[in-house]
Write a protein that binds this ligand. Structure first.
Ligand code: GLV
Ligand code: GLV
Length: 324
């Protein structure tokens, strides 16, 4: 029987389809993620891995996994996987694009709004019993409607955020590796160079994948070019931002605030200086986390694994060279 290793406890109904036909080994703690040693050990006999974005599927792990045919990552991003090594070893790598686009765009826009309107601070203020009277500038934030949004990374999620921005009558700027003509025509989005994105936007929204090109793109130089009234929103990957530079920009008032769903090290430690700033709204990497979407993502991973193990093509393959 073929063996499938799942690195995180998933709901029984999500993996029911696999349990009948395969031997399934699933990490069974609800609280903690599987340690790397467990994953490496389990991978040695695995035909398939169902992995989380927090698992590092690197060359060392892949080299020890001689039977492995497919890695299905429960995420659209796949920067945690050594794609080149997987491809050389004939391992199909699958992700979960499309099914999470609208859900992640919802969260991104919520983070944008929450940061500008200080929702986190305001909610805490009420729950802590600090609300003593109505006052004219109590928790006054920044406006959203009619402002300029600058989207860094105009993939499907970027476009879905742009559609939401259009409903808020925002001017839409974007920067991307390639031009997106449909977005320009349908949403009135304008392509701009990175420098102009930085200097003209009231909201900079980072939605690019983590690659050698995007790593550290938001550094001290980038923050110094933003408006002092601008908000920086990151719903992509932490390492696209130099967190020390972000901290300094926030402390020195170079920007107005930041909404962060992702961090260089996750989970971010509670005593990280970014978390001590009132104008940082921090979330625990929940972009695609609606019950419906997470269940759909799990089903897609299961389907991709079953397809590959049955000798078929997976639905959402990352390394297209694998098919050759
Ligand atoms: C989440 O960050 C994902 O890549 O799906
Ligand atoms: C706010 O609630 C107002 O009535 O202005």
């Amino acid at each position: 029987m073929k063996r499938i290793v799942i690195t995180r406890k998933l709901p029984a109904e999500a993996i029911a389809a696999l349990q009948d036909n395969y031997q399934v080994s699933m990490w069974d703690s609800e609280e903690a993620s599987a340690p790397r040693e467990w994953i490496i050990e389990q991978s040695k006999e695995a035909d398939a891995l169902l992995t989380m974005l927090s698992d590092k599927i690197d060359a060392e792990l892949l080299q020890g996994a001689s039977k492995l045919k497919v890695v299905a990552n429960l995420a659209v991003g796949f920067d945690n996987i050594d794609i080149q090594e997987a491809t050389e070893r004939g391992v199909a790598v699958c992700n979960t694009p499309d099914v999470l686009t609208e859900t992640t765009a919802d969260l991104t826009f919520a983070l944008l709004m929450g940061t500008a309107r200080r929702i986190g601070e305001a909610a805490q203020f009420v729950k802590e019993g600090k609300w003593k009277s109505w006052s004219p500038l109590l928790l006054a934030g920044g406006d959203i409607y009619g402002k300029t949004i600058g989207i860094y990374g105009m993939g499907s999620i970027g476009e879905a955020v742009a559609r939401r921005a259009k409903g808020f009558n925002m001017e839409i700027l974007y920067h991307n590796r390639s031009r997106k003509k449909e977005a320009e025509n349908q949403l009135g989005a304008s392509y701009v160079e990175f420098e102009e994105l930085l200097s003209s936007s009231d909201f900079i929204v980072c939605l690019a994948p983590l690659t050698p090109e995007t790593k550290g793109a938001f550094n001290a130089d980038a923050f110094s070019k933003m408006k002092s009234s601008a908000y920086f929103i990151n719903a992509a990957r932490g390492p696209i931002v130099d967190e020390d530079a972000l901290l300094k920009a926030l402390e020195e008032g170079e920007i107005a605030g930041a909404g962060l769903d992702v961090f260089t090290h996750e989970p971010i430690s509670q005593d990280h200086p970014l978390l001590s700033l009132p104008n940082v709204l921090a979330l625990p990497h929940i972009g695609s986390s609606s019950v419906e979407t997470r269940m759909t993502m799990m089903e897609l991973c299961v389907e991709n694994i079953a397809n590959v193990l049955d000798g078929k093509n997976p639905k959402t393959l990352v390394n297209k060279e694998w098919m050759k």
